[in-house]
Design a protein around this ligand. Structure first.
Ligand SMILES: Cc1ncc(COP(=O)(O)O)c(C=O)c1O
Length: 468
């Protein structure tokens, strides 16, 4: 056995033991950063070590500092686990070590990307000729789509960002809902578009279409002294899945209003776009396919390993024009390459894991996955409502549940107790000015047993005298 094989076997053993531990290990990490630094050793040694020893040291030293994100009892943020086929495929992606840039050099990757892209478009009910870029996550997928949108609305106004940059050009209005995810603001900062104009939303976070119409009809903020072209270059950003309530913007009305104003319409559907796959939940995304671009994550609802976001753009030429690049030493294909759809140059083969997850689940399996996550979310809501003093604050339409336990202080203390006990991991948040327990059901492996186990833990955490 050579050194490489010994290291791989060592990693395999540790990975299998880690995965086997998920069913009953505490979900929060048990060690601090300083403790792990000590266990790993901060000094760079002079002498080499065998690869197997290094893997063994890393796994043993880090294990107490790992949070069980892939556990069926992790409900923080919006974090998926890893479908078995996607996880195993990801190991191969590292072993194959393909730099997935050019069709001519990575035919296997390009084939997997084309097939997975076509399957995604079909499953999500999006226009068949849309281009699909595989990014690091939804933040970069939003960035990628919005870059295509920015360049397009400015091109229509006679301005080329690629040629002339942004300075001195017409301003771009970006309009979004007040409850959008902050990844949108970040993407806009990267794109030099500044802060968005915010449109009122209802109690669940859904954009109010009439308020959107009013905003579109009003003059935008004055930025710089450049004359504003007509129609004003405008991007409207909608949302499929609010991180607190799971709510979806009313797409038919909002997209109609945006179209009438000549805007590019983008949808941030980091986890919610997947509702389209389930006949039971597809009504939530109805009309959303009329937009120009969509961002989502495969590492959330589809449960592939990090990192994998998806940028989908109706006008493939617009995406290529925003992201494509030419290099004398590259071997580029006239019909485009994977490199033309994403911000990075060198990158790993993310589409292999998406292909593996979709091939393993099949159409029915993806729909069942979405339905199962939603069913668990509803079970959480029912269970929490039955707890004395607890209230579910949102309409549970998808995978998100927000609850409070009387007042802010009490809600925080219930959360702290829950994390201390460690049976499950749920994050707190502030929603519309109130502290909430925010449950996101995103893991393929969550079972009915995990849900009732967690509800028992919430009951324990909220019972008895709670103030310190
Ligand atoms: C609606 C929404 N948009 C964007 C993001 C950012 O996704 P990522 O962390 O993959 O960049 C998230 C993350 O939870 C999200 O929920």
């Amino acid at each position: 056995m050579d050194e490489r094989e010994a290291a791989l076997r060592q990693a395999h053993g540790h990975a299998v033991r880690w995965l086997a531990s998920l069913s009953d290990r505490p979900v929060p990490a048990r060690a601090t950063v300083d403790e792990i630094v000590r266990a790993l050793g901060a000094e760079l040694p002079d002498a080499p070590s065998t690869p197997a020893d290094v893997v063994d040291l890393m796994a043993t030293a880090c294990e107490p500092g790992l949070t069980a994100f892939p556990s069926g009892r992790f409900y923080g943020f919006v974090v998926g686990g890893t479908e078995p086929a996607a996880l195993a495929a990801d190991w191969l992606v590292s072993a194959w070590d393909q730099n997935c840039v050019m069709r001519a050099v990575t035919p296997a990757y390009t084939a997997a990307e084309e097939i997975a892209g076509a399957w995604l478009i079909d499953l999500l009910g999006l226009p068949p000729d849309s281009a699909v870029g595989f990014t690091t996550g939804a933040t970069m997928a939003n960035f990628t789509c919005l870059a295509a949108g920015r360049d397009t609305v400015l091109r229509r106004a006679g301005w080329s960002v690629a040629h002339d940059g942004l300075a001195g050009g017409p301003p771009v209005r970006v309009i979004t809902g007040q409850d959008r995810h902050m990844a949108i603001d970040l993407a806009l900062r990267y794109l030099g578009l500044g802060r968005p104009e915010l449109v009122e939303a209802d109690a669940q976070g859904r954009m109010d279409p009439e308020a959107l119409r009013r905003t579109l009809a009003a003059p935008g903020p004055v930025r710089g002294a450049v004359p504003v072209p007509v129609p004003v270059p405008t991007i409207v950003v909608l949302q499929a899945g609010d991180i607190h309530s799971g709510a979806f913007d009313p797409f038919p009305e909002t997209i109609r209003a945006a179209r009438e104003a000549g805007a590019w319409v983008h949808v941030d559907g980091a986890f919610g776009l997947w509702a389209a796959v389930s006949p039971t939940h597809a009504h939530l995304t109805a009309g959303c396919a009329q937009a120009d671009s969509w961002a989502t994550d495969a590492h959330k609802t589809l449960n592939v390993p990090y990192d994998c976001g998806l940028a989908l753009v109706r006008d493939a030429a617009a995406l290529r024009s925003a992201m494509g690049l030419q290099g004398d030493y590259l071997i580029q294909h006239e019909h485009g390459d994977p490199i033309d759809k994403v911000p990075e140059l060198s990158r790993r083969g993310r589409a292999f894991t998406v292909w593996a997850a979709l091939r393993s689940l099949g159409r029915q399996g993806v729909a069942d996955l979405v339905d199962r996550l939603c069913r668990h979310a509803r079970a959480f809501a029912t269970g929490i409502e039955a707890i004395d003093g607890a209230t579910v604050l949102n309409d549970v339409v998808f995978t998100q549940v927000c609850a409070e336990f009387g007042d802010d202080e009490r809600t925080d203390r219930v959360l702290a107790r829950l994390l201390d006990e460690g049976a499950s991991w749920i994050s707190g948040s502030t929603w519309h000015g109130r502290r909430v327990m925010r449950i996101s059901v995103s893991n393929w492996s969550t079972t009915d047993g995990d849900v009732s186990h967690t509800l028992d833990a919430i009951r324990r955490a909220s019972s008895g005298p709670i103030r310190s």
